[in-house]
Design a protein around this ligand. Structure first.
Ligand SMILES: [Zn+2]
Length: 245
């Protein structure tokens, strides 16, 4: 699968802000890399409205997290942080990003989120996914329709369509999150405090993934949502085989 797509990726993670992908889908990224898939990330904004650090710091932190996770390619659409719009123009940008990277699987935020940028990014991803395959819709790159789309969890919980066992990559996932040091707790920082920079943030993060892990009988699990049921080809392999945690 990997060799057939030398110019693209197997998995493309879409995110409103640098650090969203690591914070909410870092386990899936690390797991897919470990399984031999090429993984790319497209951030929609530079996170310039972030309370702490700045875009340059965030870019350095993202590059460090990419190295930790083994991300093959990362790009930024340069859209305005805090003002992400569900416009036709932005949908075309996302379609072109999908076509350029030619993923089999697209992973995006959920379209219903407390942060409007996350919600809009999730809805843009869902709106771009199908038309990316339209032969007569011109964006620069040839048409490409991915086979799968799933959404990761940010702020409000949802009923998970599936929970990924991320136990074997938990430490890598945590190391990638720690790359965003400007966002995390620093007792010597005089920058304003945020949820992420509060002393208990990493403990709450761990609690969330332990919680989802408990539902599938493993130490750590990452929840995902898909529109509609997940098709199974081999019920024994999927529900009772080696793929099962
Ligand atoms: Zn975000």
């Amino acid at each position: 699968m990997q060799r057939e797509r030398e110019q693209g990726v197997d998995v493309l993670v879409l995110a409103a802000h640098p650090d969203d992908a690591e914070l909410a889908a870092g386990g899936l990224i690390a797991k897919c890399v470990r399984l031999g898939y090429r993984v790319g990330i497209v951030d929609f904004t530079h996170g310039e409205l972030g309370t702490r650090g700045g875009p340059e710091v965030r870019a350095r932190e993202s590059a460090a997290a990419d190295r930790v996770l083994g991300v093959a390619v990362r790009e930024n659409l340069g859209l305005p942080d805090g003002h992400l719009e569900e416009s036709v123009e932005n949908r075309m940008l996302v379609i072109e990003a999908i076509r350029k990277h030619r993923p089999a699987l697209v992973v995006a935020p959920h379209g219903d989120d407390l942060h409007p940028d996350h919600a809009v990014a999730g809805r843009l991803a869902a709106a771009a996914f199908y038309p990316a395959g339209f032969a007569r819709l011109s964006t620069g790159s040839p048409p490409h329709r991915p086979r799968g789309l799933c959404h990761y969890m940010n702020h409000p919980p949802f009923d998970a369509s599936f929970i990924l066992d991320i136990t074997d990559v938990w430490e890598v996932r945590l190391a990638a999150v720690r790359c965003y040091a400007s966002q995390l707790h620093d007792p010597h920082s005089d920058e304003p405090q945020t949820n992420v920079s509060s002393p208990g943030f990493l403990a709450r993060l761990e609690a969330r993934y332990r919680h989802y892990g408990s539902w599938i009988g493993v130490e750590y699990g990452e929840p995902y949502w898909t529109a509609g049921p997940i098709p199974l080809g081999d019920p024994v392999a999927c529900l009772a085989g080696g793929d099962r945690p």
